[in-house]
Design a binder for this molecule. Structure first.
Ligand SMILES: N[C@@H](CCC[C@H](N)C(=O)O)C(=O)O
Length: 299
């Protein structure tokens, strides 16, 4: 029997970034990577990340969060998923302000009429923090390119770790960039020993950037909160924008404020409930899917 069979789930999204919340605080168990992959393959519950909630490890936090990509790999951070679990927890308890924790550190969340704000912590710019395969003195622009050697389409990305590794390529015309084509090779480039999330960013004005993201362990997504934070801090560091920017992704807008007083990144945006249900053997790849699957999810 699949480990996750019969566990309750909630399907949510943050700007179209597909999130499944598994609240495992009552009966903690590991999420087997093969079950995550099987779940992602099934048409009934496609997801980009599972946000698995475990009993808190630090006093004052609501849960320890593990973030699992659709390929079964784990990440230290997920901005859209964090807004989703804040909304989930608020729906359960009524709280408007709460703390979670991931391997990357504490995540302070505040719900307000204008959106859910998450304090995503402080970005790290050292080559070993990202990590890169070897020393690089200036992570504002590293030597890396994609496309034909004689006429690269993407070049000289900024790199940063915001709980997970990101590379941001600055482009003139975002619509001309085919990240589905260029993303896989860059994600797996040997310069990134832990792979990386890959973004193409067009700076429209000092407070507006348009962004497309190829997510590590997932592929193209409609939005990526950590990529929005990574892009905002790298743009500000290069003097391309100020410290508060709106990032427009295919799924909608996020506001990122790189707070002057302590360098924390504050991300504000929406999250949505879709439906809930219990995981079945069919969803987890343990049994053949019947022609017309029914009763697997409740609206
Ligand atoms: N969707 C996310 C990022 C999730 C993790 C990423 N794919 C990784 O492996 O680092 C977001 O909203 O930040």
């Amino acid at each position: 029997m699949a480990a996750l069979e019969n566990r309750p789930f909630v399907k949510m999204n943050g700007l179209g970034n597909e999130i499944v919340v598994l609240d495992l605080r009552d009966a903690p168990l590991d999420v087997p990577p093969e079950e995550a992959r099987a779940l992602a393959r099934r048409e009934v519950l496609p997801f980009d990340q599972i946000m698995a909630l475990y009993p808190p490890q630090t006093e004052g936090t609501r849960a320890f969060v593990r973030i699992i990509n659709s390929d079964g790999s784990e990440s230290g951070a997920c901005g859209n998923g964090t807004r989703c679990i804040a909304l989930y927890e608020s729906g359960r308890t009524g709280a408007q302000h709460m703390l979670f924790e991931s391997v990357a550190g504490p995540l302070e969340c505040t719900l307000a009429p204008e959106g859910i704000t998450v304090d995503m912590g402080v970005p790290r710019f050292g080559w070993h923090d990202i990590p890169l395969a070897g020393p690089v003195s200036d992570t504002r622009a590293i030597e890396l390119q994609a496309g034909p050697a004689e006429a690269p389409v993407l070049r000289a990305p900024a790199v940063v770790n915001v709980g997970n590794p990101h590379a941001i390529f600055w482009v003139e015309d975002i619509d001309a960039i085919d990240l589905a084509l260029l993303g896989p090779e860059l994600e797996h480039h040997p310069i990134f020993p832990e792979r990386a999330n890959i973004s193409a960013a067009q700076v429209v004005s000092p407070d507006h950037i348009v962004l497309k993201v190829w997510e590590r362990g997932v592929g193209l997504t409609r939005a990526c909160g950590t990529a929005a934070c990574a892009t905002a801090v790298c743009a500000a560091r290069l003097g391309l924008t100020g410290r508060r920017v709106t990032i427009s992704l295919p799924g909608g807008d996020l506001v990122i404020d790189w707070r002057e007083s302590d360098d924390h990144m504050l991300m504000t945006g929406p999250a949505e409930f879709e439906f809930g249900g219990r995981l079945t053997a069919v969803m987890l790849g343990e049994a053949e899917r019947p022609a017309a699957a029914s009763g697997e999810a409740t609206a």
